[in-house]
Design a protein. Structure first.
Ligand SMILES: NC(=O)c1ccc[n+]([C@@H]2O[C@H](COP(=O)([O-])OP(=O)(O)OC[C@H]3O[C@@H](n4cnc5c(N)ncnc54)[C@H](OP(=O)(O)O)[C@@H]3O)[C@@H](O)[C@H]2O)c1
Length: 173
């Protein structure tokens, strides 16, 4: 069982603008059935986790709740649940949540959707194994950070998906 952080990033290491826009990403040429796409990646995933800002962005912008696996949303607030979604709100310690996710995932992998600090909290606990970054050809100058931790990574794979450079790393330390 592997715990992944899979996200898209600007070249200068931001996953959203300061006002949480992803227009710089959604405007990119990208093949959803192409190399290293989220559609392929999600096949091996049994449980996901995300922070409250990412969850609120999905509720406000996506066309319905697309995730079929149980989802843990880290928050200190009461947030709505979309119809039919298996969403579990939590502010428990990351190792406890990771154990709950592992138990629910049925031997499949775990996906930390974002944001970057939440992925960093899993890394702090020694519970982040791989980082997948889809780099878009833009710089943002400021915004939500990709992974604000000092980590050493090993490059496992890289492929081009139209406008994006898709990378996969193993967390070393
Ligand atoms: N480029 C991409 O592919 C991609 C992928 C994912 C996300 N995003 C975007 O990136 C941005 C990320 O936003 P963000 O940096 O604010 O991160 P976030 O992780 O989405 O949200 C941070 C919030 O999560 C809650 N939280 C985090 N850790 C917690 C903990 N241990 N216990 C309880 N609650 C905790 C807190 O919310 P409260 O205390 O307020 O409840 C915190 O303010 C969003 O705009 C999102 O849409 C982009």
């Amino acid at each position: 069982m592997t715990t992944h952080y899979f996200t898209a990033s600007s070249l200068d290491g931001y996953i959203a603008t300061t006002d949480h826009s992803l227009d710089w990403l959604t405007s990119q040429d990208f093949a959803w059935d192409g190399p290293m796409s989220p559609t392929t990646f999600v096949d091996g995933i049994g449980a996901i986790a995300m922070g409250a800002t990412t969850y609120e962005w999905i509720l406000a912008n996506d066309d319905g709740w697309a995730y079929e696996t149980p989802a843990w949303v880290f928050t200190h607030r009461d947030l709505p649940t979309p119809d039919g979604a298996d969403v579990r709100f939590t502010s428990s310690p990351v190792p406890d949540v990771h154990a709950e996710m592992t138990a629910a995932a049925g031997g499949n992998d775990l996906w930390i959707v974002g944001g970057g600090d939440l992925a960093g909290q899993f890394a702090d606990a020694g519970l982040l194994d791989e980082v997948w970054i889809q780099y878009a050809p833009v710089t943002l100058g400021d915004g939500a950070p990709l992974l604000p931790r000092p980590l050493t990574l090993e490059l496992l794979d890289t492929q081009r998906n139209r406008a994006l450079v898709c990378t996969r790393f193993r967390v070393v330390t």
